[in-house]
Ligand binder design. Structure first.
Ligand SMILES: [Zn+2]
Length: 435
């Protein structure tokens, strides 16, 4: 364990003992500059009044209230907490993990503890909400523990295991000895519309907030081809219809243009990755209001590992990584030009979730639009615009601050000095807060 990891683990343990004891206090934040996520122009010198876990009002000037703590951010830039719409909260960095060894020697219980440590780190980076699109029962338990104040972390929306066909990206047996068995390995496997309907309902029963599906082959998976559509249009349609009827959105991990277009017509709410999309694909997504979550971060991380440590990845996947990982970056300019709605997603668990800001901006997105992707758009994709994604009365007091404005200095997105979630301060003066 590195000293950084040990510190992170100790912080996790510390929080375990204190978080449940830290109810939200009423507070007034003096914001030097406020980027509220709604107005296009920042406001100067405003006060954010917080009652319990919610924003009560936003008032001009620096006001105080008798008996209420004042938090001085009068020299800082204050923003709504960031939202990562594509995480796997318990995933370790590919550079320090052998993918097969990790998969076969860890249980969901192990992953729950990893997830608690990584979720705590994510919150310290300013991510106050996240959507986990592929995990086990550990993600449901972690979401519930965070909501109950037992461990610190972002508000989580979880999908449980992604749905997909035998030998697709969702089939844990792909690439393994065919005699290996685990009772959870069929949790996401669907080969008929009826099985899709059943899995969606089972996921709902087990605590899923949304459904993820894998209609095309994957890149980090053994034995399938990212250029092929693997689910039938009917399986996709029934998945979406059943999920929507149960109040759940559907995220689809897809690469080929024609498969994306079929998924969009089936009614999915977001396309994850979308690597081979064309101008026509993006136009159809725009017409249907479908979000794109480009996930540039994961491709950079895997491209590096495939180049320098291919032995860590699943058999047969380094070649796919090298061939495909640079495409989403090249395609981002086309996506931006098309006007398709874009939401922020890193596709990571452990590690630096702010990396996606840097990559989006380096590949053609303005800092303002990257901020909107991680706040207003992300909240809309989650179906939670009434609660998160902006600083306005009635929404949760999920608030971050940086020393200077990320519009002028985009590196600030990765240097969050202050984090409040639900009215509780978790980071101040650039360091974790002990309660
Ligand atoms: Zn993913």
């Amino acid at each position: 364990m590195t000293s950084t990891n040990r510190t992170a683990a100790l912080c996790g343990l510390l929080w375990l003992t204190v978080a449940a004891l830290a109810p939200a206090h009423d507070a007034v934040i003096h914001a030097g500059t406020l980027i509220d996520g709604l107005a296009s122009v920042p406001r100067q010198h405003v006060s954010i009044l917080i009652h319990d876990d919610r924003i009560a009002s936003v008032e001009p000037g620096f006001v105080t209230r008798v008996g209420v703590d004042t938090i001085d951010l009068s020299n800082a830039t204050v923003m709504p907490g960031f939202i990562d719409c594509h995480v796997h909260v318990s995933s370790k960095l590919p550079s320090r993990t052998n993918a097969i060894e990790d998969w076969l020697t860890h249980s969901d219980l192990d992953r729950a503890f990893d997830g608690a440590v990584f979720a705590s780190a994510m919150l310290q980076q300013g991510f106050t909400s996240a959507r986990d699109v592929g995990g086990g029962d550990d993600t449901v338990a972690l979401r519930n523990a965070i909501n109950a104040g037992k461990v610190p972390g972002p508000r989580l929306w979880v999908s449980l295991e992604p749905l997909g066909p035998t030998n697709g990206n969702a089939d844990p047996r792909a690439g393994l000895d065919r005699l290996l068995e685990h009772r959870d390995w069929d949790n996401g496997v669907v080969n008929t519309p009826d099985e899709a309907r059943l899995r969606v309902r089972e996921h709902k029963r087990r605590g899923a907030d949304l459904i993820k599906m894998l209609p095309s082959g994957g890149i980090a998976s053994s034995g399938d081809d990212p250029r092929q559509q693997l689910m039938t249009n009917e399986e996709m349609r029934v998945t979406v219809e059943t999920a929507h009827a149960l109040g759940m959105k559907v995220a689809a991990h897809i690469y080929p243009a024609d498969a994306i277009e079929n998924a969009v017509r089936a009614g999915v709410d977001s396309v994850e990755h979308g690597s081979f999309a064309t101008a026509q694909t993006f136009a159809l997504m725009k017409e249907h209001g479908t979000y794109l979550v480009p996930t540039l971060t994961v491709y950079d991380l895997y491209y590096d590992v495939a180049t320098h440590h291919p032995e860590l990845l699943k058999p047969g996947t380094p070649e796919k990584e090298i061939a495909n990982d640079l495409l989403p970056k090249r395609n981002l300019a086309l996506a931006i030009r098309s006007g398709v709605k874009i939401a922020y997603g890193s596709d990571t668990g452990e590690g630096d979730h702010s990396m996606e800001f840097r990559l989006l901006i380096a590949n053609g997105m303005t800092p303002d639009d990257a901020f909107i992707a991680a706040t207003r758009n992300a909240a809309d994709l989650l179906g939670a615009s009434d609660r998160i994604g902006a600083i306005e009365p009635g929404r949760y007091a999920d608030i971050v601050a940086t020393a200077s404005g990320p519009r002028q200095d985009p590196a600030q997105f990765g240097q969050v000095e202050f984090v409040m979630k639900g009215g509780v301060v978790y980071r101040q003066h650039g360091a974790p807060v002990a309660h």
